[in-house]
Design a protein around this ligand. Structure first.
Ligand SMILES: [Zn+2]
Length: 265
């Protein structure tokens, strides 16, 4: 089969490479990612500026795509003009989803009702534009599931940097969402997350780094970069007891289908 000749391709579905942490060596970071087989990367916005930056970064390299949206941290200040700009950015041909959007009761920087309203507005925007959603949820599992069941059922989406137990994972899978695993799944003591990674159907798994955050073992605490998504994929393959290529190819296909990415030449 022709597929035997294609090198294993990896994808980082969630990074923030426009941030200042990469200003001194962004080009070298890209090159390292490529040398690890990371053939596609998705830059994620979280407010207006980072969403603009994501689109710019996507324009700079054919391997990079963009996601635009407003994180719950800004729910108190985000107004109609913010959403109008996200809507406008979302029409760019390299924008592949709306995100990161959701609820954050850990940082808790905005009232929950305002977080929910902004979340629902952006779920509706994504539905209208026929784009998937990238969900950020911290210490807000019950409300996240309630809103997704009510407002996003049947809409394609990703639980970004999934953390939680199998019961929560099942609820997200029932809504139809994918689970994206990041650095923490490589931590030896993350047994609950290991369990989720073993039980998630292979066609619902994605990989990400959330660079510059969440570095995988053994780089925990250091700046993360997209090349490290290889360590996440290796850990998922080991946990599931499947060959690395099988896991990587499944993730690649899942991501291309979800984000509607074109075939590589
Ligand atoms: Zn993020």
């Amino acid at each position: 089969m022709a597929a035997m000749n294609i090198a294993t391709r990896l994808i980082d579905t969630h990074m923030h490479l426009h941030t200042a942490q990469f200003d001194s060596d962004r080009a070298a970071v890209f090159e390292r990612a490529l040398s690890h087989g990371v053939m596609r990367m998705i830059e994620i916005g979280y407010d207006r500026e980072s969403s603009r930056a994501a689109v710019q970064l996507a324009e700079s390299d054919p391997r990079i795509y963009a996601v635009v949206g407003i994180q719950p941290h800004y729910a108190a200040e985000a107004n109609a003009s913010w959403l109008a700009e996200i809507r406008q950015l979302a029409t760019h041909p390299k924008v592949v989803a709306i995100g990161e959007i959701g609820l954050d009761y850990y940082h808790d920087r905005a009232p929950h009702a305002q977080q929910e309203q902004l979340f629902r507005e952006q779920l509706a925007l994504a539905r209208e534009l026929a784009l998937p959603v990238v969900i950020h949820s911290r210490e807000a599992q019950a409300d996240t599931v309630r809103i997704l069941r009510d407002a996003a059922h049947g809409q394609p989406g990703i639980m970004h940097s999934f953390s939680g137990n199998w019961e929560y994972a099942e609820s997200c899978l029932e809504v139809g969402f994918h689970l994206s695993f990041s650095g923490p799944v490589t931590f030896p003591k993350a047994v609950e997350l290991h369990d989720v990674a073993r039980r998630t159907p292979i066609d619902r798994i994605l990989t990400e780094t959330d660079s510059p955050y969440l570095s995988p073992h053994p780089f925990r605490g250091r700046r993360n970069e997209p090349g490290n998504v290889r360590l996440v994929a290796e850990q998922l393959a080991a946990l599931r007891d499947v060959p690395f290529d099988v896991l990587a190819n499944a993730v690649w296909q899942n991501a291309c289908a979800l984000f509607q990415l074109p075939e590589l030449p």
